[in-house]
Design a protein around this ligand. Structure first.
Ligand code: AMP
Ligand code: MN
Ligand code: MN
Length: 319
């Protein structure tokens, strides 16, 4: 696909847009951008709906978020369902019934582990973010300031404000183009990326205090149980960015952060600096993601899941 117009036609009267489970800045930025864009680019579509599971407080400023639905109607058949930033079928989560019944399905993504589960799969694994991919697929003239805000939010959230290795000259060119649409980029960075609540900063400190080094300092690991989250007054939505901070540790190649999502079930977030393909590591446990940022879910106590991860990781490190 060169432009999004290729998948649109006169026959498409109803469109649903959806993201992934526990949506992040890229997912929500991409979905709201596409929502705003299709309203302009596809006047034949009488019905355009946006589905997002939850929207964290810091992303509620994005245009379209207020209209997003968090549950799906039963037996609803859309002419077109587009999923953004979703690496696998299961991760469509709440919108799976819509995807199953849709007349046509499209996935727009940037995960190297993408399973090509839709009818049309547009995946650019070298792009920093799904929002970067969408910026290239949109007609530049139809991108207004609000759409640009959403796209920019997606790009900075997945690229760590242009600092992670997924940032390319193309990322910067697209961001520059979006800046020219008049967005208040420093406010977006401050509000959607830098700003943390007191509780979020405290839990970051707590996780860093608990962290340990492994494999001669090549790995940093830490964990958080539900009970500890309760004590810190946070939920899983407050934990974004912690694993990236762990990775800043000198000498570390891989950072692993496990947090409990159900009793004795942990979500593990993985980040690497230069050598280890963590998407590959996560795939050992049915997860995936990107070369430098990936995730998976493992059952067991905090100690057990970190041990299971260490068993796989040691094959990827120089010992
Ligand atoms: P996270 O650690 O949750 O910030 O995720 C890092 C990257 O890995 C994101 O791009 C996620 O979309 C992806 N990811 C996280 N968990 C999974 C999973 N269980 N399966 C596939 N991809 C995942
Ligand atoms: Mn995402
Ligand atoms: Mn993404």
């Amino acid at each position: 696909m060169k432009k999004i117009g290729e998948i649109l036609s006169e026959e498409i009267r109803s469109i649903a847009i959806a993201g992934h489970i526990n949506p992040d800045g890229d997912c929500i930025g991409s979905c709201t951008a596409l929502y705003g864009y299709l309203k302009k680019a596809c006047p034949a579509a009488r019905e355009i709906d946006l589905y997002l599971e939850t929207v964290p407080h810091e992303l509620r400023f994005l245009k379209g978020v207020d209209e997003a639905k968090s549950s799906v109607p039963e037996n609803k058949v859309y002419d077109l369902v587009i999923v953004c930033d979703v690496s696998s079928y299961e991760r469509i989560a709440v919108a799976i019934p819509l995807f199953d019944l849709a007349k046509k399905t499209v996935s727009i993504d940037h995960h190297i582990s993408n399973a090509n589960f839709a009818e049309i799969n547009h995946v650019e694994p070298d792009a920093s973010s799904c929002a970067e991919v969408l910026t290239g697929l949109f007609d530049p003239d139809l991108i207004d300031e609000k759409i640009a805000e959403s796209l920019y939010t997606g790009i900075i959230n997945d690229s760590g404000v242009f600092q992670y290795q997924n940032t390319s000259p193309d990322t910067m060119r697209k961001a520059a183009f979006l800046m020219e649409k008049g967005i208040d980029f420093s406010r977006i960075i401050e509000d959607s990326f830098n700003k943390k609540t007191f509780a979020q900063n405290r839990v970051l400190g707590y996780v860093l205090m608990k962290a340990e080094l492994a494999f001669g300092g090549q790995c940093i690991v830490s964990s958080l149980t539900t009970e500890e989250m309760d004590r810190c007054g946070v939920t899983r939505q407050d934990l974004d960015g912690i694993v990236s901070r762990m990775r800043f540790t000198e000498g570390v190649e891989v950072a692993v952060f496990a947090y409990e999502t159900d009793e004795n079930v942990f979500k593990l977030s993985l980040r690497s600096k230069e050598r280890v393909n963590v998407s590959d590591v996560a795939a050992h446990f049915g997860g995936g993601g990107h070369v430098r940022a990936a995730g998976c879910t493992i059952a067991g106590s905090a100690g057990e899941v970190l041990d299971k991860m260490a068993d796989v990781l040691k094959g990827y490190l120089s010992l």
